[in-house]
Design a protein around this ligand. Structure first.
Ligand code: ATP
Length: 236
């Protein structure tokens, strides 16, 4: 579904991604692990067209996408849920959700997806008319994911969905990501919570200083001494 080959990206003079190659197959849940500053957000922003790669090739469903604008990519089904939620605080939950579907014309589909996200996140139904900015951090994260789902993603890019959430909510968010995946959405998820991410994903990549350091099935990664030491906190 998504194939990235030797992608390099930079912020001015700072190269943030060095020849990154990665693949996400249809129906997979793939996690991207890495410490702060490893380049996870940069990679997701490059895939969603917010940052233009300097070199390399990106394909989605067999079609070259590395020169397409973000709106075109959303139209193709590549939808990013940004780090730090970034919902619209001055708009209601309902309006935030409606904005997620701004590019869609299939009214029946929009109605069906709205019902789906309100079923997955019952708290959003309770807060439907409330301003986004008045929601708790966890509720805002749910709203951000729900808004992403309203865009009818084929590939959902999640940037650190558990960031800043209390442990109980982290578990709830991962549970929901599992449900979204089970419903047929392909997911690429950047996470610092390696233990949780590896318990949910099919495969993973480890980014270090802007380069892919390791990749494999989650079972392989969980057994890898470097992953255990650096990302799972085991002392060997
Ligand atoms: P975090 O988990 O802290 O968000 P990350 O893995 O997502 O980390 P990135 O945000 O992708 O990492 O950052 C990768 C590198 O690019 C870092 O060295 C960072 O300082 C740099 N960087 C990120 N955004 C910019 C920017 N707008 N301008 C210049 N450098 C940037």
């Amino acid at each position: 579904m998504l194939r990235i080959a030797e992608v390099t990206a930079a912020y001015g003079p700072i190269t943030a991604l060095h020849q990154v190659s990665l693949e996400v197959r249809s129906g997979e849940l793939v996690t991207l692990l890495g410490a702060n500053g490893a380049g996870k957000t940069t990679l997701l922003r490059t895939i969603s067209g917010l940052l233009r790669p300097l070199a390399g090739r990106m394909e989605f469903d067999g079609r070259r996408i590395d020169t397409l604008a973000p709106e075109r990519l959303v139209g193709l089904g590549i939808v990013q849920v940004p780090e730090g939620r970034q919902i619209f605080p001055e708009l209601t939950v309902a309006e935030n959700l409606r904005l997620g579907a701004y590019h869609r014309r299939d009214r029946a589909g929009i109605r069906r997806d709205l019902e789906w996200v309100l079923t997955i996140f019952p708290v959003l139904r309770q807060r439907y008319g409330q301003m986004g900015g008045t929601l708790s951090g966890g509720e805002q994260q749910m709203l951000a994911i729900a808004r992403g789902l309203m865009a009818a993603p084929k590939l959902l890019l999640l940037d650190e969905p558990s960031l800043g959430l209390a442990p109980l909510l982290v578990r709830r968010i991962f549970e929901v990501i599992g449900q979204i995946h089970a419903a047929g959405v392909t997911v690429l998820m950047a996470e610092q919570n390696a233990a949780m991410a590896l318990s949910l994903a099919d495969r993973g990549y480890v980014l270090q200083n802007g380069a892919i350091r390791l990749s494999g099935s989650t079972a392989e990664l969980r057994m890898n001494p470097e992953v255990r030491r650096l990302y799972l906190g085991h002392s060997l």
